[in-house]
Design a protein around this ligand. Structure first.
Ligand SMILES: Nc1ncnc2c1ncn2[C@@H]1O[C@H](COP(=O)(O)OP(=O)(O)O)[C@@H](O)[C@H]1O
Ligand SMILES: [Mg+2]
Length: 325
């Protein structure tokens, strides 16, 4: 197969951590051609999606004493070619959020790929539909008590009733802008004003789950099926568990309750073409559905001895074959 990955500039990726690199490596080791491009290098020509693509050859990372180690020059790029994306068997949209104008317009360009010719992971339509924070709210049995609002008084009422809450900007990732809220906080009004841009944009406010101290679990779903999980613990100086805020990772398993959550979301994810997804669960509650560029594969593979990247690429192989036949 020929596979294109839309990624952030490759020199910015961390081969030991980034799932995009794990997927590309898996594809290479399964004998496929890997091409890379960026959101800003996509075009529409004659109503078809094109991209400036470079073929990439990777030096795979090695597990040395429980840590991934990469070569200094871990990738080699070919010349650039302006190519129709329909010459690819599959295209992975793996640009990191935020979902800003550049991101959004890239998804509109990807709409001009004929899905019968080229599989797009995840579906551009699905990515646009699924705000990573708000998509979870439809699974009412799975989520903690949550409001979305720009109204300071309403937010205060909610927080007073809950005693403690977490405020989340709707468009951020990796713990950015996540704030712990208590109604007695002397900065309460300022926090809400800053986060809502003086009441102009809504934020998510969610009941604080004390179980977060035991971890924020990342579960990777492939076409709705859980294929691996990882626990993230906060650093101790921060309440946030994100890896990007200094959180550490630990091996874990998927509980019965978490499997129920996966069952609740699976059908909708499949309907929305959200094939490769990372859900976050705290204390048995669904808190986030990551669809843009979910990560965790390197850490799960390291802790569990799995090869999740291979599973994903093999699923793509089968799907592409079935679509063609
Ligand atoms: N309801 C909650 N209760 C306690 N902590 C939470 C809650 N929601 C989020 N957090 C904390 O904030 C971090 C980031 O939250 P999340 O909703 O996953 O947003 P993102 O990872 O996109 O920044 C989590 O790892 C966790 O530490
Ligand atoms: Mg998260």
């Amino acid at each position: 197969m020929k596979l294109a990955f839309i990624i952030d500039p490759i020199h910015q990726l961390d081969p030991c951590h980034d799932t995009s690199v794990a997927l590309m490596e898996a594809a290479q080791s399964l004998g496929h051609e890997i091409w890379v491009t960026q959101a800003n290098l996509l075009s529409v020509v004659d109503s078809k999606a094109w991209a400036v693509l470079q073929q990439v050859e990777l030096v795979p990372v090695q597990l040395v004493e429980g840590r991934w180690v990469a070569a200094n020059s871990w990738y080699k790029l070919s010349d650039r070619f302006l190519t129709s994306l329909e010459t690819m068997d599959a295209v992975f949209m793996r640009t990191d959020p935020p979902v800003n104008d550049s991101y959004l317009y890239a998804t509109y360009i990807l709409d001009y790929i004929d899905q019968r010719k080229t599989l797009v992971v995840n579906s551009p339509n699905g990515i646009r539909k699924a705000n990573e924070k708000m998509y979870a709210l439809q699974f009412t049995k799975a989520i903690p008590e949550t409001i979305v609002s720009a109204d300071k008084h309403f937010i205060r009422q909610f927080v007073e009733a809950k005693e403690a809450a977490v405020l989340k900007p709707l468009g951020n990732k990796a713990g950015e802008g996540i704030l712990f809220l208590q109604s007695g906080d002397r900065n309460f009004n300022s926090i809400v004003e800053l986060s809502t841009l003086q009441g102009r944009i809504p934020v998510m406010v969610q009941t604080y789950l004390p179980e977060a101290k035991e971890g924020d679990k990342r579960i990777i779903l492939l076409n709705g099926e859980p294929i691996g999980a990882l626990n993230r613990l906060s650093s101790g100086t921060d309440f946030r568990n994100n890896m990007a805020t200094g959180g550490t990772v630990a091996q874990t398993n998927i509980t019965d309750r978490e499997r129920e959550i996966c069952d609740q979301v699976a059908e909708q994810l499949r309907k929305d073409g959200l094939i490769f997804v990372g859900i976050d669960a705290i204390g048995g509650y669904l808190t986030e559905v990551n669809v843009t560029s979910p990560t965790g594969v390197r850490e799960i593979d390291r802790l569990d001895g799995t090869r999740l990247g291979h599973q994903v690429i093999q699923w793509v192989e089968q799907t592409v074959q079935t679509n063609l036949s």
